[in-house]
Design a protein. Structure first.
Length: 210
């Protein structure tokens, strides 16, 4: 049976918060919480199909129409440009994008010096420092970013801070906030119109339980 609505969801940390959020909106999440490595999870009674994806890939599935809706962090949407509609903020995955580094690091003291910044979010980092006229060399890393100032790879990092525990345990501190992040529902712009009878009630339930 063809599902009414296909939803791309991120595997990992955000999925743990998404499950209770979906339950609060009245959805049966047993397909999602079932153990196993199946990447397609059907809730046949609810007419929903979930696709389990790497968080960064969720917008791609929705933009190309292979999923009707997706759940993605605003960090991913800010880092890359997607032609998507973001109708609901889920209020989960709440964290903050920040400049972080060693305590008292004078990163704003000399605006003529090129600051070395390591980040998983090179576009967000570049835009932030460009906005304040600070020359930067941004070094792309894909994880364990906190290591960069500790090992001389970079002066500071631009990264997500949730609990602050990773910073604390690695002797770094937040130096400057960039923006607040949370997970939102994204929709394909054409699909949301063509399938509005199926997609509308899903969005309405998520909005009503916010
Ligand atoms: C993210 C982020 C920080 C950490 C922040 O990394 O890049 O390292 O979480 O969370 P905290 O403030 O609660 O400690 P992630 O766990 O995704 O791992 P990664 O380094 O492999 O990207």
């Amino acid at each position: 049976m063809q599902p009414d609505v296909v939803i791309a969801v991120p595997k990992g940390r955000v999925l743990e918060q998404l499950v209770p959020r979906l339950q609060a909106a009245g959805f049966d999440t047993s397909a999602l919480t079932r153990r196993g490595r199946q990447l397609i999870r059907d809730d046949e009674a609810g007419g929903l199909r979930y696709l389990l994806l790497k968080p960064d890939d969720v917008p791609t599935w929705v933009e190309y129409g292979a999923a009707d809706l997706g759940v993605v962090g605003r960090d991913v949407l800010l880092e890359r440009q997607y032609d998507l509609f973001a109708p609901v903020d889920l209020g989960i995955g709440v964290c903050r994008m920040m400049v972080c580094g060693p305590k008292d690091f004078p990163f704003t003291a000399d605006m003529s010096r090129t600051l070395r910044v390591a980040s998983k979010f090179p576009n967000i980092a570049r835009k932030h420092f460009l906005g304040r006229g600070q020359p930067v060399e941004v070094i792309l890393v894909n994880g364990s970013v906190e290591l960069a100032p500790l090992t001389g790879l970079a002066d500071v990092i631009v990264d997500i801070v949730e609990t602050g525990e990773t910073l604390r345990q690695n002797g770094l501190v937040p130096l400057e906030p960039i923006c607040d992040i949370s997970s939102v529902v994204v929709a394909n712009r054409v699909g949301v119109k063509l399938k509005r009878h199926a997609i509308g009630p899903v969005l309405a339930a998520l909005r009503a339980s916010a």
